[in-house]
Ligand binder design. Structure first.
Ligand code: HBI
Ligand code: FE
Length: 288
C-alpha cells in the first residue's frame, strides 16, 4: 500500500511542506523531465482536453527543466489563486485535504529514476506538476479541486473518506470528458502516462461510462494497472455544480446500505459509451 508516515519527517513543517530545493536538481534530472515532457507533449494534442493544453501553455511549462514551484505558483496565483507546495511524498488524508481546501496543491519534489520512466507508485514531481497543475489554471477546475478538499475534510466526520476518494480517482486522476470533437482525457494519471494516454481513449478493453456521482462513489478502483472503467463527464462546469449542490451526508448514509460495485460492472442504468472487452485486464491477470 502507500507509504504514508504518521508524523511529518524532521525536515518538514507541521503542515508537511518542505522546500522544493530546486537548486539541487541535477542536469540529468532536468534532462529526464524534458524527455518525459516531450514524449507527452507529442501525444497529447487531440487527446487531452483543450483546457489542459491551455494550462501547459499559460503556465509556460514547455520552458524546459523541472519547474521552480515559486515561479509556477506566481503564475498560478495570478490566474486562479492556487499555489504549488512541495511535500516529501504521500501525506495523510487530512493534511492533503486541508491544503486543497486552501488552494494549495501538494507536489512531490523528487523525480522518478530513468528505470521508473514508465511507472512508479508514489506521485513524483512529473506526475504531480505535469499531470495535475495545468488544469489548476482553469477557474472552474480550480474551484472543483477546492470543493473536493473541503468535501474530503467533511467526509472524514462520516467515515466516508474511502467513498469520496473514488470521486477523486475517477475524475481528477483518471477522468475522461466529452467535447464537441469527441472524448478527451483530463485525469492526471492518464495525461502523465504514455501508455495510458493511448489506452484510455483507443483501447477496446476498458468500459467508458457516463459519469454519475452516486455511481462513482460506489465503484471500487485499482491502483496497480491501467483502469478497467473510465467515467466520462459532460464538462467541468457540470462536475463542479454536481459536487457543490450535493448534500453528501444523506448520500453517504444511503450508500452504507448498498453494496460496493466491482470495477468492471455495468449497470442497466449506466450510460454506456464503450462496453469494454476487458481483454487487457484478463491478459494481465493471466500473466501476473
Ligand atoms: N498525498 N502527496 C499526496 N498526494 C496525493 O495525491 C495524496 C496524498 N495523500 C492522500 C491522498 N492523496 C488520497 O488518499 C486522497 O485523495 C483521498
Ligand atoms: Fe495524482
Amino acid at each position: 500500500m502507500s507509504h504514508v508516515l504518521d508524523a511529518p519527517p524532521p525536515e518538514a513543517a507541521a503542515d508537511w511542506t518542505i522546500p522544493q530545493g530546486w537548486e539541487h536538481y541535477t542536469r540529468a534530472e532536468h534532462d529526464l523531465w524534458d524527455q518525459l515532457f516531450r514524449r507527452q507533449a507529442k501525444l497529447l494534442p487531440g487527446r487531452a482536453v483543450p483546457e489542459y493544453l491551455a494550462g501547459l501553455d499559460v503556465l509556460r511549462m514547455a520552458d524546459g527543466g523541472i519547474p521552480n514551484f515559486e515561479a509556477l505558483s506566481e503564475r498560478l496565483m495570478a490566474l486562479t489563486g492556487w499555489q504549488v507546495v512541495a511535500v516529501p511524498g504521500l501525506v495523510p488524508d487530512a493534511v492533503f485535504f486541508e491544503h486543497l481546501a486552501n488552494r494549495r496543491f501538494v507536489a512531490g519534489n523528487f523525480l522518478r529514476t530513468p528505470e521508473q520512466i514508465d511507472y512508479l507508485e508514489e506521485p513524483d514531481v512529473f506526475h504531480d506538476v505535469f499531470g495535475h497543475v495545468p488544469l489548476l489554471a482553469n477557474p472552474v477546475f480550480a474551484d472543483y479541486m477546492q470543493a473536493y478538499g473541503e468535501g474530503g475534510l467533511r467526509s472524514m466526520q462520516f467515515g466516508a473518506l474511502h467513498k469520496l476518494a473514488r470521486l477523486y480517482w475517477y475524475t481528477v486522476e483518471f477522468g475522461l470528458i466529452d467535447t464537441a470533437d469527441g472524448l478527451r482525457i483530463y485525469g492526471a494519471g492518464i495525461v502523465s502516462s504514455k501508455g495510458e494516454s493511448l489506452f484510455a481513449l483507443d483501447d477496446p478493453s476498458p468500459n467508458r461510462l457516463g459519469f454519475s456521482l452516486r455511481r462513482v462513489l460506489r465503484t471500487k478502483y485499482r491502483i496497480d494497472d491501467f483502469q478497467q472503467t473510465y467515467f466520462v463527464i459532460p464538462g467541468f462546469e457540470a462536475l463542479l455544480q454536481r459536487t457543490l449542490e450535493t448534500d453528501f451526508a444523506p448520500l453517504y448514509a444511503e450508500l452504507e446500505t448498498l453494496p460496493d460495485l466491482e470495477i468492471e460492472t455495468i449497470l442497466p442504468t449506466d450510460r454506456v459509451i464503450t462496453r469494454g472487452t476487458q481483454a487487457y485486464a484478463r491478459g494481465s491477470a493471466a500473466g501476473a
